[in-house]
Write a protein that binds this ligand. Structure first.
Ligand code: PRT
Length: 106
């Protein structure tokens, strides 16, 4: 993702795809398959929402990190990467959300 931490994380996640499930949390997620990975991503999203509404701003960061990790695993399971998301965000640069929504409605 043009960031060393994200790049190293994604490299580790890719390595874990072929690791035995009982040696690694990431490997165990891959072994359980897409529905489990998606479920965990949803749980982490909810935990991020709860943190966001808790009034404890610092508690958002660890939940957001869990969310990003599980998103990276889901993307890897689909043969995608955070860089694909970066490219999509880059493509959207300069197109305001309200303008984009109006174009979809029209
Ligand atoms: N960044 C992370 C990371 N963030 C969160 N998690 C794990 O994600 C899980 C979050 O699930 P929960 O909070 O629901 O905890 P849980 O109760 O253990 O989960 P369940 O049993 O309910 O499914 C925890 O086990 C966390 O440890 C992560 N596990 C791994 N990584 C990275 O992935 C690398 C490889 O990890 P392994 O695959 O475990 O070797 C690590 O070195 C890290 O860099």
């Amino acid at each position: 993702m043009a960031d060393p931490v994200f790049d190293r994380l994604e490299a580790t996640i890719r390595e874990r795809r072929d690791a035995p499930a009982d040696t690694s949390y990431t490997a165990s997620l891959f072994a359980k398959g897409r529905p489990k990975i998606a479920q965990k991503l949803g749980e982490e999203a909810v935990e991020t929402v709860i943190a966001a509404c808790s009034g404890d701003e610092a508690s958002i960061v660890p939940e957001a990190a869990d969310l990003m990790f599980h998103l990276a695993v889901l993307l890897a399971d689909a043969g995608l990467s955070l860089d694909d998301v970066r490219v999509e965000l880059e493509r959207r640069e300069g197109v305001g959300g309200l303008v984009e929504k109006a174009a979809r409605a029209g």
